[in-house]
Ligand binder design. Structure first.
Ligand code: UDP
Length: 318
């Protein structure tokens, strides 16, 4: 494929930075935008000498124009439950005004457009595994609503720009993802369990630990997303790993991979925490010929050096 100029918003985030790496490796020129609300400059440090990468510090909630681009990946948003709880209004704004501003750019430059949506659109689902045709069960005023409803608004906006303006849009519903550059202190289950195990602290299970999640390794996810961006599909597509684990099973995997002797401790379950989550990936398989290759055990092993370095840096800073 011909090389392109690609805009990635949320470029300093976990997924945004991995996406930039893949696009640069393919030979494209990448403009990375981030306001560092939750992004981390360290995620892009290795690109400082890369002539095809340009970083622009910017809040996409204000209209902006970076010049002609061929493709836009809209990944800007706080994404972990503690981050979007802390940044509630910012999360609503980036998922509404921010999304519209990036769609306006796509419309202006006739750019291909992909928006990072989420399995949170399904809320606490009655349908299992979750298929794209399921509309979801979301509490519109609960603690997760700032994220869930912003992402649902974004899906409506992206679909409208396709329907009314003919923008070539794509929507990926991302399920739980992990790997190097996942923020060690973002409160998510994988970052918490792995850093707790490495510090020899008890692993904190919320509730009875029987709730489930399905964890995708980052390289599998980015591969699926890039394939979707080059497809003709405009309706949402689940990308995730269907391997489903209870949080107790997840804790046991982490203890096995780290060799840690940490105990398990039980804390209250946060409000509206989905009881189960697993992607039906039939659509991605059929449309994109995609499926994940890396199981949880292997992905945790691949992530270990990164989390060890995070924990070592904490010890040094203390
Ligand atoms: N969780 C847990 N212990 C932790 C962090 C999270 O048991 O230290 C649980 C949480 O209650 C949820 C699941 O792990 O059921 C996944 O939480 P996470 O914050 O990673 O993402 P979510 O899928 O809820 O957005």
């Amino acid at each position: 494929m011909a090389t392109q100029t690609v805009l990635v918003t949320g470029a300093a985030g976990f997924l945004g930075s991995h996406l930039c790496d893949l696009l640069l490796n393919e030979g494209h020129t990448v403009l990375g935008v981030d306001n560092y609300a939750t992004g981390n400059p360290a995620n892009l440090k290795h690109l400082s000498g890369e002539p095809r990468f340009q970083f622009i510090e910017k809040d996409i909630c204000q209209p902006f124009d970076v010049g002609r681009v061929d493709t836009i990946f809209n990944f800007a948003s706080p994404a972990s439950p503690i981050d979007y709880s802390r940044l509630g209004v910012e999360t609503l704004l980036v998922g509404s005004a921010g999304t519209i501003n990036t769609l306006d750019l796509a419309r202006k430059y006739h750019a291909n457009y992909l928006h990072a949506s989420t399995s949170e659109c399904y809320g606490d689902p009655e349908v299992h595994p979750q298929v794209e045709s399921y509309w979801g069960r979301v509490n519109p005023i609960g603690p997760r609503s700032v994220y869930d409803e912003a992402k649902r608004f974004s899906e409506a906006a992206v679909t409208a720009y396709n329907r009314y303006y003919g923008v070539n849009t794509h929507l990926v519903r991302i399920f739980n993802t992990y790997g190097p550059r996942l923020q060690a202190n973002d409160g998510r289950v994988i970052s918490n369990f792995v850093t707790q195990a490495l510090r020899g602290e008890p692993l904190t299970i919320y509730g009875d630990g029987l709730q489930t999640r399905s964890f995708c390794y980052v390289s599998d996810l980015i591969d699926g997303i890039v394939r979707l961006s080059r497809s003709e599909e405009h309706t949402p597509v689940n990308i995730g790993n269907p391997g489903e684990f209870t949080m107790l099973e997840c804790a046991r995997e982490v203890l096995a991979v780290t060799g840690s002797k940490s105990d398990i401790t039980y804390l209250p379950l946060p409000q509206d925490d989905p009881a189960r989550r697993r992607p039906d990936i039939t659509k991605a398989r059929q449309l994109l010929g995609w499926e994940p290759k890396i199981a949880l055990r292997q992905g945790l092993e691949l992530s270990l050096d990164y989390f060890r370095a995070c924990v070592a840096a904490e010890v040094q800073a203390a």
